[in-house]
Design a protein. Structure first.
Length: 107
């Protein structure tokens, strides 16, 4: 589904973020406010700080989400900037990194 999307609206759990980084998608995060220790807000804010995503708080979604999507859909330059920046955060060889660390521990 990500492949066909120009823009994505997503929660900001670790797996969703990892997938969006690999797919290099412009994304508006709406963090789940009841996640443990509000970690989804922390995750989304980290990407916002790197100009790799936009965040709308769940409590503000009714008011701000549609205008944010409309604005972003009309701003191809901003979309490309977000895509470029989120793509830089992708770790596409995590399997190799994990295997290497396990082998180090075994030796």
């Amino acid at each position: 589904a990500y492949a066909a999307a120009d823009l994505v609206i997503s929660r900001s759990g670790a797996i969703a973020i990892a997938e969006l980084c690999v797919m290099k998608k412009a994304v508006v995060f709406v963090p789940y406010p009841f996640a443990a220790e509000d970690h989804q807000t922390v995750n989304a804010q980290s990407l916002v700080n790197k100009n790799a995503g936009i965040m709308i708080k769940d409590s503000e979604a009714l008011e701000k989400l549609v205008p944010a999507i409309i604005s972003l859909s009309k701003d191809e330059s901003k979309q490309q900037e977000l895509k470029n920046n989120i793509g830089k955060l992708a770790i596409t060889n995590a399997d190799e990194i994990i295997a290497t660390e396990i082998l180090k521990m075994i030796d």
